[in-house]
Design a binder for this molecule. Sequence first.
Ligand code: ADP
Ligand code: ZN
Ligand code: MG
Length: 479
Amino acid sequence: MSREDYEIVIGLEVHSELSTKTKIFCSCPTEFGGDPNTHCCPVCMAMPGTLPVLNEKVVEYAIKAGLATNCKIADISKNDRKNYFYPDLPKAYQISQYDMPLCEHGYIEIEVDGEKKKIGLTRIHIEEDAGKLNHDDYGRGSLVDLNRAGVPLIEIVSEPDLRSSEEVDLYLKKLKSILEYIEVSDCKMQEGSLRADVNVSVRKKGVSEFGTRTEMKNMNSFRSIVRAIDYEAERQIEVLEEGGKIDQETLRWDDVSGKTFPMRDKEDAQDYRYFPDPDLVTIRISEEMKENIRKSLPEMPESRKKRYIEEYNLPEYDSNILTSSKYFSDLFEGATKICNNPKAVSNWIMTDIIKELNEKELEPSDIPFKSDELGNLVVLIDKGTISSSIAKKVLQEMFENPRDPQKIIEEKGWIQISDEGAIKEVVLKILEANPQSVVDFKAGKDKALGFLVGQAMKETKGKANPQMLNKMFLEELKK
Ligand code: ADP
Ligand code: ZN
Ligand code: MG
């Protein structure tokens, strides 16, 4: 037997912080950061005698997420207490949802090797986030920061339908993109706004029962998740091949060593002693509320993709990339409105902008300039005010210190030289300095022209209008 004889099975529990202004059961701000314990009140600090009040926006956002992922929305739902002790959870229970979640039976579609595959969603429920422990670097103790306590979360639980780390990567990217499109979460992974518990098991191909799973908690980088799954599946196969058995346990993934380590035995639902929270009322969702939320959903990527192909005449390849993120899509639409040149905008996003993001390890949401500014950049190129090589430099500036491209080229003196007299002066100078190229060109070596234009560009620091240069060199060479 070898690893090809095994099938990997993965199910994810994804936690996403909702971008409501206030917390789930009090009116403290949800804003990330801040001095420790400054975004708290007696409710989220769990003072005795305080009472939670459910934030309606949280219900609305969760339903939005449910509708965007093809879930059935409950008519009646409730909150339950999940009891466990941890120092960052001062109530000693988390308010979550047990057997009556807001959304159930949905799916997300991914495309694996050109084929569409539906990944089932068991449920989406709402719950409160816990605080954070800051561990002292010198081992003298830990300090509790409750700013995050009570920040609303949705937990999106998938069926064990995923079969490889690649599918998981596609699923997570799709899910993140959906949550961004419907604007319920900023999905900033480095701030922990999107994190996943990753359940992995293996079984021999052809066997219908699932194997015993292990769970890696709180992972917040796509790259680590992929590595962790590949490592953990391999480890399980090795254990089984040596005749061992897998313990159902919670593991910790260590990114530095690239290994998983046991953290604790897995607890069962019964260990949490779930029961309905007596401080909160039943949640009733009317048909009218569902309908209003459905109507408020923005245009989703599939429909945008179609529109880009039909309305803007873009290749499917472009449309796929542009709609892969709401931020690309909005940038594209905004810039195109300004310059009316969809293909040019698409090219800028697909090449220079994506390259810049990759180099700086930024996400589409981090693009610092506005869509109008990108639109204006394309206008400047189309009008011949700047060459495309200058435009690349302008884009760099827009990343470093975002401002209107017109302002940038004025400040930097990058306006294209399109004055005939000035161009002619440069052409004559370059011809005089490169007599060999003139001879070469006359002997039929067309490449010499390119060289001369290049020299003229260098001379003018990229500011000469290339079409005019070309034309004038030809005129002079043919004399
Ligand atoms: P818990 O909250 O106790 O972790 P669940 O039983 O609801 O409980 O499962 C959580 C996640 O584990 C789900 O995403 C599910 O798809 C996944 N899962 C369940 N069984 C397996 C398995 N054998 N292999 C991989 N994933 C699994
Ligand atoms: Zn509070
Ligand atoms: Mg779990």
